[in-house]
Design a protein around this ligand. Structure first.
Ligand code: GSH
Length: 218
């Protein structure tokens, strides 16, 4: 019996951030695939999104809330800075991830290049991708500036912001847009390599999450 159930689907960067946080904490968890936009789904999430965390009879949606909850109930290792200013930077970056990296960038380019073709058999619309590139450049430039020479976004230790950002930024790594977006930013590329070398991210690739419930069912 696992302690946490994550209602999600493989490939979701938000879902991956929840799995990666559970991995960082060494918690036991399982995946329950969400039948998207069904009454069952709407009963878990009023806006029909994923992921949803289940902890006993407690259900929680919205990834930032889930990540913070996990960091509060699973104390070791801490994934939020003690210092008020560093914690505020973490919160700011979590919102940058949601509002500027995902909205209009990840949910456009990632959908056109990966999710649509892989899950729905769609062909990428190059004009839609091109239209999203100015915002994408702005966000990647901003992330590189915010990271600067730090090892992680708020300093020497990984925080929830690194985890959520890495799950979204990693989506671009295999795309033709990666070179123009990340190419000018060696610090951002090196940070993603550091993040991708962590056991928590190695354990939560699309393929590894896809295998989770299949392994459990055997
Ligand atoms: N604000 C939500 C966003 C989650 C989200 O947009 N998830 C995507 C998958 S990566 C989703 O559920 N998409 C379904 C849809 O757009 O219908 C959160 O932080 O959890």
């Amino acid at each position: 019996m696992t302690e946490f159930i994550v209602h999600s689907i493989p490939g979701s960067p938000f879902g991956r951030a929840v799995f990666a946080t559970l991995e960082e904490k060494g918690a036991s968890y399982s995946l329950k695939r969400v039948p998207m936009r069904t009454p069952e789904h709407l009963a878990l999430h009023p806006f029909a999104r994923i992921p949803i965390l289940q902890h006993g009879d407690f259900h929680l949606y919205e990834t930032q809330a889930i990540l913070r909850y996990l960091d509060r109930v699973l104390l070791r290792p801490p994934l939020s800075p003690d210092d008020a200013k560093a914690a505020a930077r973490m919160d700011q970056l979590l919102n940058v991830s949601d509002w500027y990296l995902f909205q209009g960038v990840g949910n456009v380019i990632g959908f056109q290049r990966v999710v649509g073709p892989r899950l729905m058999g769609l062909t990428p619309d190059e004009a839609v991708i091109e239209a999203a590139m100015p915002r994408a450049r702005q966000v990647f430039d901003l992330l590189a500036r915010e990271l600067g020479e730090r090892r992680y976004f708020t300093g020497e230790a990984v925080t929830l912001a690194d985890i959520l950002l890495a799950c979204h930024v990693d989506f671009f790594r295999e795309l033709p847009e990666w070179a123009p977006l990340a190419g000018p930013h060696r610090n951002l590329v090196a940070w993603l390599e550091r993040m991708n070398a962590r056991p928590s991210l190695i354990a939560t690739t699309w393929e590894r999450v896809d295998a989770l419930d299949k392994v459990a069912a055997e």
